[in-house]
Design a protein around this ligand. Sequence first.
Ligand SMILES: NC(=O)c1ccc[n+]([C@@H]2O[C@H](COP(=O)([O-])OP(=O)(O)OC[C@H]3O[C@@H](n4cnc5c(N)ncnc54)[C@H](OP(=O)(O)O)[C@@H]3O)[C@@H](O)[C@H]2O)c1
Length: 287
Amino acid sequence: VATSELAGKTCVVTGATSGIGLVAARELAGRGARILLVGRAPEKTEAAARSMREATGNPSIEPLLCDLSRPAQVAELAREIAGRTDRIDVLLNNAGMLPAKLEITPDGLERTFATNHLAYFVLTTGLLEVLKRTAGSRVVLVASDAHRIARAFDFDNLKGEKRFKALQVYAQSKLANLLFLSELARRLAGTGVTANALHPGVVRTNIFAIQSPLGLVSRFITRLGGLTPEKGAETSVYLATSPEVEGRSGGYYVRKKLVVPSAAARDHDAAARLWETSEKLAAEAGA
Ligand SMILES: NC(=O)c1ccc[n+]([C@@H]2O[C@H](COP(=O)([O-])OP(=O)(O)OC[C@H]3O[C@@H](n4cnc5c(N)ncnc54)[C@H](OP(=O)(O)O)[C@@H]3O)[C@@H](O)[C@H]2O)c1
């Protein structure tokens, strides 16, 4: 049901062409927000925007293109967004991938790390000024409970140096989301901008459509017990809009409840080091 609860507000959603991000963006659009909808494939992104306008009656859905695995493109996306809008009420960093094999991007980075973490970092830091200008703005990071598989953040495998293990690489990227959250929330204290992260649950989406043993096993598991993308998007929308979390920052949420992430995710030295490493790697990639 369309409402005007978010009329006058602007939300940026990445990975809004599929799965959890598509549903979350549509929900925010249905409540009247202007949506800057980030995708990578032109036709798919255009189609997502069109179907969202039709489903919600909200005309203010603007498609934007970016390959989020390329930091220079993400920095350009941030500039494009900052040029289009003088306010961002919600930045929903959602786009992510599960790797099928080791892939090194043209920037020399391991693709999962570049997509799942560096894109969140470059887009968020690139939009901080606009976020700070918008009263009560919220940054939401879609992380995962898979971060618990990683025992400590490995700073020596960001360019795919070590023997490739798909689940470990994914877990490391999701641990990076929570380390980024920790340092981001610390730096944002007192600015009025909040940042929170979430695990959406195990959700039946395209993320598992990869051709690998991990893809096969995950598809089997999610078919048996996975959530629908509608259910999976609930905590994202909650953190983006609910008055219950107004002013709260630095939290990790599962099923709309605050939970404690792994010890590795609470390592403040690793969080500070990841921030510096991310700045350096993004700069090396031309961002
Ligand atoms: N599904 C789960 O069980 C689960 C569990 C925990 C956490 N998560 C997290 O939830 C988030 C959303 O995943 P999902 O399950 O909804 O998966 P999904 O259906 O595969 O959606 C992923 C989205 O990210 C986009 N994307 C991927 N790589 C990109 C790139 N290089 N540049 C631009 N866009 C890119 C995809 O674009 P295309 O449409 O063009 O492919 C798609 O819109 C991810 O961060 C994931 O880690 C999911």
